[in-house]
Design a binder for this molecule. Structure first.
Ligand SMILES: [Zn+2]
Ligand SMILES: [Zn+2]
Length: 435
């Protein structure tokens, strides 16, 4: 792993902090990993049930896109009975670069027969339990606390303890194959224990959201479902990137006392301005802007530098690491991570907790699940001779926090839903490319 690990004594290792972010590393050696990978061609949960090819077309040029990431997303503790897979696609055309819609993401789901009935029983019991708890609380006359996304999603400690059983990929203690599809770490259905400590958001609250949302925005009318488009033959598809398997993963460890990082250019400019005086506000505003941009990027770069070969960062319901707080994606997500409120007017289309657009299928909020780190580009483009490669800084994937199924897809069948891909492009201003 990282070079500094090798010369750390056992005592010194206590100085490193483990986070809840699971880092995935790419390797040409598949190990036991058969699903999670960079590049290659997509493999569907059921090869006879591909998504409509329209879902894998660039929104700009309408060409078929190529696969950047395929991820085994099974979370048996959170979504028992759900076979999940995520796909991130990108258009290869240079003319589509830096344009919204040139990178898209899909969530595929197959729900095991009987899951919904079991869930309904659990929901009923949960609602009853919560009603009882809520009643007790109301009797104490406390105002309802704002719902906390983390607690709502996870309950106490479900995924918070990185050393516990919450590792969504773990195949057991000491496993070297954390992305395995078998997920034997599942300890069975524990939804009850997740909810007993989170009375602030009741099942009724959650259930009432989608209806209101769908009715208000007439979502169903926005997207009449066209007939699925068949995939062209492999020969007619664009050439895929080479495959690297995400066969290694480990929780991120950080040096808790990194050197302070102050963007030097910003500080010098401000000092110069202060001594000369009398300058217009425009330049200062720009410098403040650049200073905050640099601070976000510096934080991104410093964090990645501690584990430089990470290809993906995974934490369902966690916080994405922003490449910038000033681009459109950064503006959307940064207020949420800073705890700022979201206006009522957009609360119905944006998940106030994460800043991401709500699920277009069921109206639930979207949760961060995974982001791609720049090192993934080096893996994907290892065989490319061109110097002008992909130029995103990170691709942030947000998914329906309820893991809903596509309409009209029964239990046992495979469905596909487009999810939210927030692409932060490399900064072009100033000193140019930063990679
Ligand atoms: Zn395109
Ligand atoms: Zn949904």
């Amino acid at each position: 792993m990282a070079p500094y690990d090798s010369d750390s004594s056992a005592g010194e290792e206590d100085d490193f902090t483990e986070t809840n972010v699971l880092l995935g590393y790419a390797s040409k050696d598949s190990g036991d990993e058969s699903i999670s990978r960079l590049g290659g061609r997509p493999e569907w949960l059921d090869e006879n049930t591909p998504p409509s090819a329209a879902l894998a077309r660039c929104n700009i040029c309408k060409d078929l896109m190529v696969l950047l990431l395929q991820l085994d997303g099974e979370l048996p503790d959170r979504f028992p009975g759900h076979e999940r897979r995520l796909y991130v696609f990108s258009c290869r055309r240079k003319t589509c670069r830096r344009r919204e819609g040139s990178i898209r993401t899909l969530r595929s789901l197959r729900i095991a027969p009987g899951t919904e009935a079991a869930a309904a029983t659990r929901e009923k019991k949960k609602a009853e339990d919560e009603a009882a708890i809520a009643k007790q609380k109301e009797e104490k006359a406390a105002p309802k606390p704002p719902s906390n996304l983390g607690e709502t999603l996870f309950g106490a400690k479900t995924i918070g303890s990185s050393s516990g059983s919450a590792n969504p990929f773990s195949t057991g203690a000491g496993s070297s194959n954390p992305f395995s599809s078998s997920n034997p770490f599942s300890t069975g259905t524990k939804l009850e224990s997740k909810t007993t400590s989170t009375p602030s958001t009741t099942a009724d609250d959650i259930k009432s959201l989608p209806k209101t949302f769908a009715e208000t925005l007439s979502l169903n009318n926005d997207q009449p479902t066209p007939p699925p488009e068949p995939w062209p033959t492999v020969a007619d598809q664009p050439a895929p990137y080479p495959i690297s398997y995400l066969s290694e993963a480990e929780y991120e460890t950080l040096d808790p006392t990194p050197a302070p990082t102050v963007p030097q250019t910003a500080r010098l400019d401000v000092d110069a301005d202060g001594s000369s005086g009398g300058k217009g506000g425009g330049k200062e505003d720009r410098e403040v802007f650049e200073s905050s941009m640099d601070a976000a990027f510096q934080r991104f770069a410093d964090r990645l530098a501690q584990n430089p070969e990470q290809a993906i960062r995974y934490e369902f319901g966690g916080q994405p690491l922003l490449y910038s707080k000033t681009d459109s994606v950064g503006k959307l997500l940064a207020p949420a991570s800073a705890g700022a409120g979201v206006g009522i007017s957009i609360a119905s289309v944006v998940n106030a907790s994460t800043g991401m657009p709500r699920c277009g299928n069921c109206g639930a909020g979207r949760a961060f699940e995974v982001q791609m780190a720049p090192h993934a580009i080096a893996e994907l483009e290892a065989d490319e001779m061109s110097l002008e490669g992909m130029d995103w800084g990170t691709v942030i994937v947000g998914v329906c926090e309820r893991d809903c199924q596509a309409r009209g897809v029964d239990e046992g069948q495979v469905g596909y839903l487009e999810e939210w891909a927030g692409v932060q492009w490399e900064e072009l201003s100033g000193s140019g490319k930063r990679r």
